[in-house]
Design a protein around this ligand. Sequence first.
Ligand code: PBG
Length: 341
Amino acid sequence: MILPLLTEGGGGGWLMVNLKYRPRRLRRTENLRRMVRETYVTKDDLLYPLFVTEEAESSEIASMPGVSRLTLDDLCRKVETVAELGIPAIMLFGIPTHKDEWGSGGYSDDGIVARAIRAVRKTVGSAVTICPDVCLCEYTSHGHCGIIEGAEVDNDSTLALLQQTAVCYATAGADIIAPSDMMDGRVAAIRSDLDMYGFSHIPIMAYSAKYASGFYGPFREAVDSTPQFGDRRSYQMDPPNRREALREIALDIEEGADIVMIKPGLAYLDILRDAREFCDLPLAVYNVSGEYSMVKAAAHNGWIDEQRVVTEILTGFKRAGADIILTYHALDYARWLSQAS
Ligand code: PBG
C-alpha cells in the first residue's frame, strides 16, 4: 500500500507499507464477525430485579418506564414470563405499607418479601432462582439501611436484624441471600446464622463494592426509601475509591461470600475489571435504576436505538468481567435474543 507522507516543514512524499495484518479483513461480513466475536451476553447471565408491593394495586414507577411495583398476583404472573423466557433468576425488593424504626416488615414471616418468596415458589417451582435483597432501608421509617443510634446508623445492632432477615427469607424458600446494606461484618454474621439454622447450602451474594451513588435515585422513588435525614455516605463507599473496593471484596470473601457484586455498573467498569483480576469468585454487576432510566429516557426521545445501546451496555459488563448482570432490561433483552434465533 502507498501512503501519503507529510514531513516537517511542509514537504511531502510517499511511503510504501506492506500491511501484512489488516484487521478489517475479519470485519467484512456478519459471518466473519460472528466467528471472531469474543463476548456474548446470554440469558444465563441475567438476573432480573422485581418490586413487590403490599398495596392492593400494582403501579408503574414513573422514572422507570416498563418497571412496576407489583402485587403478589401480578408478581407471580411476571415470574411465569421470566421462566418462559429462560431467565434463570430474579431479585426481590419489598415495598411494605407500614414502615417502622426497626424495619420489622423486612424480617417478619408475613412480611411482603417472605410472602412473595412463598408465592413465587408455588407458582414456578424451582424454574426460577429466587434471590431476595437483604437490607432494612425499604422497611425503615427513616429510610436508612440500619438502626439509628443518636444521629448515626449503628453497625453492630443492625447485624442482628440482617441475620434475622436472611434466616426469614431462607426459611420462606430463598435460593440466594443478597445483603446490600454495607454494614461491616454482615457477611460473616449472616453466614453464621444461616449455618446455625440449617441453611449451610444457601449461598450469599454480597454487594461488596457498593458505592454511595446518585444513580440509585429512581429506585428510591420506587420504594420510597430516600433517607429522611442525612445520606448513605457513612456506610456506602466513596465513589473516587478504587483500592478500597478490593479491600471490601477481600473482606467479604474472608467472611464467606460466594458471589461478589460491584454496584453501580457503568461508572465503575474499572472496578469490575480489577475485581475480575483480583479474585476468582463469580462476579456480579448491578446495572442500577438510574442507568436504566437514562437509557429509557433517551430512547423515548428517539435519541438512541434502545436495543443497540442496551446490548452494548450489557456486553460491556460481560467484557469487563461480569458473570452475572442484574438489570431491569433483562426481559427486553431475553425477548430480543429469542427473536434473533
Ligand atoms: C438497598 C438497595 C438499593 C439498591 C439496591 N438495594 C438502594 C440504595 O442503596 O439506596 C439500588 C438499586 C437500583 O438503583 O437499581 N439498600
